[in-house]
Design a protein around this ligand. Structure first.
Ligand code: ADP
Length: 509
C-alpha cells in the first residue's frame, strides 16, 4: 500500500479549457479535478499548441532547454506551467516547430505529416520532465494513440530511471477508430529498440506500427469510456481489427463511464445562456429557445413546435449519413433543426441543401463554437445522436441535464446512459433505436416528436433526464481503485505484460 498521496501523471493530447477537439478534452479537464478531490496528487502535461499560447492564461516558465531525444537527435524544449485548479499543475511542452500550428492534429486536408515526431517528442519530454522536477508518479495515466508510446517506453528505455522505475501505466481508449499508424521506416523515431518492440505482440500492425497498439499491449491496465464499449471493442463488428489483442488483455480491460463536469454543463449556472433554469423552474429554457430561434433566423413559430438539435463532429462515426437520408422527411414533421458541427464537407453541403429547401426550418452552423454549443443544448427540445459507434458520448448526458430529450442509437455509452421512455410506467429518459438504419432512426424521431405534443408526458421525460446524475464522483472512485489495483500487482508480474518481455535499455541521460 502506498502511504501518503498517490501521484498520477496525466498525459493527454487535449485538455479543457486549453485545447479541445472532442470529448477526450472534456474528460482530461475534469477527471483530474475529481481525482484531486479524492486526495490524489495529479499533474498534467500538454503540448504547448498555438491555441494555448494565444489563450488568456498566466504561465510560469519553469524549465529552459530541457534535453529531449527524438530518434537519433537530442532536441530542446522549454516547459511552462499553469494550474488547472489550485493544486493541479499543468505543464506545457514548448517547441515551436512541432506545436505552434493552427490546429492540434492536422489541416482539413489530413493529418500533419510529422505527427509521430510530435507525439513521440511529447512522450519523451514528459518523462524528462519527471526527472527534472524529481516528481515520481505511482501511475502514469495516458489517453488515446497520441500517448500510446508511453507504456511501451516505460517497458523499455525509461523503465530504469529513478522517477519512473516501477511506475504502472493505465491507457484509456477514447476512440478505437484513431490508431496512430505509421510506416516501418519511421520506427526509430519512437526511441524503442526495434528488435524488442517491432513484432506482432508489440507495435507492429500489418507491416506498419500503431501507437494505439503500443498502449494496449504495454500498459498495466486498459480502460475505455463505457461498459458497453468495453464489450463491443472485443467483437469483430466494433473491434476495428484490434479485437484480438483486446480480447487477449480482457482481464485488464475495464469500461468506466465518463462523468460530466457540472460546473461547466449545468443550465442553473451556465454563463453562456441568456437565461438560467433548473428542474423546478423551466421558464428559462423557453427563453433560451426563443433566443436561439432569433439568433439563427429560424421561423419564430418554432417556439411552440419541437426544435431538434445536433452538436457533433461531422464524421461517418456520428451517423450523419442516416440523418441526411431522412432529412426531408424529418423536416416534413413540422419541426425545426439546428446543427452545429465541423468536418466532412459533403455532409455540410447535404444539410445546407436541405436548409435551402426548407427556409426558416434549419439552422446550420459550421465550425467549433463552444458558446453556441451551450446555447443549443439549452435551446432545443430534442437532441439527435445516431452514432454508428459511440465510445461514451458526452452530449447525451449534457442534453439530459439541460432538459433536452436525447434520441440515440443503442451503442456504447449511449446504450449505457439512455433508457427508452415507457409512457405507461413513466420511466426512461430518451428514445433509442438499435439497427443502424435510417428507418429506425426516423421512427424514434417520430416517437419523440409525437410525445412532445403531450405536455404531461413531456414534462415527465424531461424531469427524468434532469434528475439523472452523471457527475464524476463515482467514476473517479473507480479510477482510483484501478490505480491501486495496478500498483498492487507484484512488480514482477507488472513487468510481464502478456506477450514477450522486451529488454530494457539505458536511457540516454
Ligand atoms: P467525440 O469526442 O467523439 O467528438 P463526445 O460526445 O464524447 O464526442 O464529445 C464531443 C464534445 O465536443 C462535446 O463537449 C461537444 O459539445 C463538443 N463539440 C462537438 N462538436 C462541436 C462544435 N462544432 N462546436 C463546439 N463543441 C463541439
Amino acid at each position: 500500500m502506498v502511504k501518503g498521496a498517490l501521484n498520477v501523471l496525466f498525459l493527454s493530447p487535449e485538455v479543457v479549457p486549453f485545447a479541445k477537439t472532442g470529448g477526450l478534452a472534456d474528460v482530461a479537464g475534469s477527471l483530474p479535478i475529481a481525482l484531486k478531490r479524492l486526495g490524489l496528487d495529479v499533474r498534467l502535461v500538454l503540448p504547448f499548441y498555438r491555441i494555448i499560447r494565444e489563450g488568456n492564461y498566466e504561465f510560469r516558465s519553469i524549465l529552459k532547454n530541457l534535453e529531449v531525444p527524438l530518434g537519433k537527435e537530442n532536441l530542446r524544449a522549454n516547459v511552462l506551467e499553469t494550474q488547472l485548479r489550485p493544486g493541479i499543475p499543468v505543464y506545457f511542452i514548448e517547441r515551436e516547430d512541432l506545436y505552434d500550428r493552427p490546429n492540434l492534429y492536422g489541416n482539413p486536408g489530413g493529418d500533419y505529416y510529422d505527427n509521430l515526431e510530435r507525439f513521440s517528442f511529447f512522450a519523451h519530454a514528459a518523462f524528462r520532465l519527471t526527472e527534472a522536477l524529481s516528481f515520481k508518479p505511482h501511475v502514469v495515466h495516458c489517453h488515446d494513440w497520441q500517448t500510446g508510446l508511453v507504456p511501451a517506453l516505460l517497458k523499455g528505455p525509461y523503465g530504469d530511471i529513478p522517477t519512473l522505475s516501477g511506475v504502472a501505466s493505465v491507457f484509456t481508449i477514447h476512440n478505437l477508430g484513431y490508431q496512430g499508424l505509421f510506416p516501418e521506416e519511421k520506427f526509430p523515431l519512437t526511441g524503442l529498440p526495434k528488435t524488442d518492440f517491432f513484432h506482432a505482440d508489440g507495435l507492429e500492425y500489418w507491416g506498419k506500427f500503431s501507437l494505439l497498439k503500443a498502449g494496449i499491449n504495454y500498459s498495466e491496465a486498459i480502460t475505455t469510456v463505457s461498459p458497453t464499449y468495453a464489450k463491443e471493442i472485443q467483437t469483430s463488428e466494433y473491434g476495428m481489427s484490434m479485437e484480438g489483442i483486446l480480447r487477449r488483455r480482457s482481464a485488464w480491460l475495464h469500461g468506466i463511464l465518463n462523468g460530466v463536469d457540472y460546473t461547466c454543463w449545468d443550465p442553473a449556472r451556465d454563463s453562456h445562456l441568456s437565461a438560467k433554469y433548473s428542474p423546478e423552474d423551466l421558464v428559462g429554457k423557453a427563453r433560451c429557445k426563443a433566443s436561439l430561434i432569433k439568433q439563427l433566423n429560424l421561423d419564430p413559430s418554432l417556439a411552440e413546435r419541437p426544435l431538434l438539435g445536433m452538436i457533433s463532429r461531422l464524421d461517418a462515426q456520428k451517423g450523419l449519413d442516416l440523418l441526411v437520408q431522412i432529412l426531408d422527411d424529418v423536416l416534413e414533421l413540422d419541426i425545426g433543426l439546428v446543427v452545429l458541427g465541423s468536418g466532412d464537407e459533403q455532409i455540410q453541403e447535404a444539410i445546407q441543401r436541405a436548409a435551402d429547401r426548407h427556409p426558416g426550418q434549419v439552422g446550420l452552423s459550421i465550425g467549433f463554437n463552444e458558446p453556441l454549443a451551450h446555447e443549443i443544448m439549452a435551446g432545443v427540445d430534442i437532441f439527435l445522436i445516431p452514432s454508428r459507434y459511440e465510445p461514451c458520448g458526452l452530449t447525451q448526458m449534457y442534453a439530459l441535464k439541460y432538459g433536452t430529450v436525447p434520441v440515440v442509437r443503442a451503442t456504447g455509452g449511449l446504450d449505457d446512459t439512455i433508457n427508452h421512455f415507457d409512457a405507461e410506467a413513466g420511466t426512461g429518459n430518451g428514445f433509442k433505436f438499435s439497427r443502424y438504419e435510417s428507418k429506425a432512426f426516423y421512427a424514434s424521431i417520430q416517437e419523440a416528436v409525437g410525445l412532445f405534443q403531450n405536455a404531461k408526458l413531456w414534462k415527465k421525460i424531461v424531469a427524468n433526464g434532469m434528475r439523472a446524475d452523471f457527475s464524476w464522483d463515482r467514476s473517479a472512485q473507480r479510477y482510483l481503485e484501478l490505480y491501486r489495483s495496478v500498483m498492487e500487482r507484484p512488480a514482477l508480474e507488472r513487468g510481464k505484460i502478456e506477450g514477450p518481455k522486451p529488454n530494457r535499455i539505458k536511457a540516454d541521460r
